[in-house]
Design a protein around this ligand. Structure first.
Ligand code: GAR
Length: 198
């Protein structure tokens, strides 16, 4: 069985979309894969309760309790490694990871970012897209490398930027696409690594 560990920091709507897709599309039977655990760096992350209702193991590694990024990442890796992950999925995980952590999961660490990378890495992507006068915006699923919001692109989806958009309305339109794209990208990754055809 391939274990997937999902890291979150907040509401976890992407995580929930992935969990629903895994159930609906029978990832256990098709890819021999399951969501083994959801781990948050914030105890108050709403996604933890959602994961628990699906019977998924949850854990919290509060970053505030660690003096350095390295110490936090080491503690996080211990919790993640307890589930022997084939794939580690960042889903709204809002911490910059150290090169040590990224290297440990090289080739099996993916992220979703709410912009059409390489445009607008970092924060406030929707406002920046509006301010730049972009006519389209979107979302990217990519492999994680040591450079923030970079790395080989696995999948993208595009949405229009409408004339009266605010950062909030654009974020909502992009998020709806995220919920479609991330499960599809993960299923693609699982199909590749299990030799199955989707
Ligand atoms: C999502 O829009 C995700 O793309 C973004 O945070 C949100 C998390 O929402 N991630 C980043 O900005 C990472 N750079 P969720 O907790 O409801 O999935």
């Amino acid at each position: 069985m391939k274990n997937i560990v999902i890291l979150i920091s907040g509401g976890g709507s992407n995580m929930a979309a992935i969990v629903r897709a895994a159930e609906r599309d029978r990832w256990a039977e098709r890819f021999s894969a399951r969501i083994a655990a959801v781990v948050s760096n914030k105890p108050e992350a709403g996604g933890l309760a959602i994961a628990a209702t699906h019977g998924i193991a949850t854990a919290v590694v509060p970053h505030k309790e660690f003096p350095t990024r390295e110490a936090f990442d080491e503690a996080l890796a211990k919790v993640v490694d307890a589930h022997a992950p084939a794939l580690v999925v960042l889903a709204g995980f809002m911490r910059i990871l150290t090169p040590g952590f990224v290297g440990r999961y090289a080739g099996r660490l993916i992220n979703i970012h709410p912009s059409l990378l390489p445009a607008f890495p970092g924060l406030h992507t929707h406002q920046r897209a509006i301010d730049a006068g972009c006519k389209v915006a979107g979302v990217t699923v990519h492999q994680v490398t040591t450079e923030l919001d970079h790395g080989p692109i696995l999948a993208q989806a595009v949405v229009p930027v409408l004339p009266d958009d605010t950062a909030a309305t654009l974020a909502g339109r992009v998020l709806a696409q995220e919920h479609q794209l991330y499960p599809r990208a993960i299923a693609g990754w699982l199909a590749d690594t299990s030799g199955h055809i989707l």
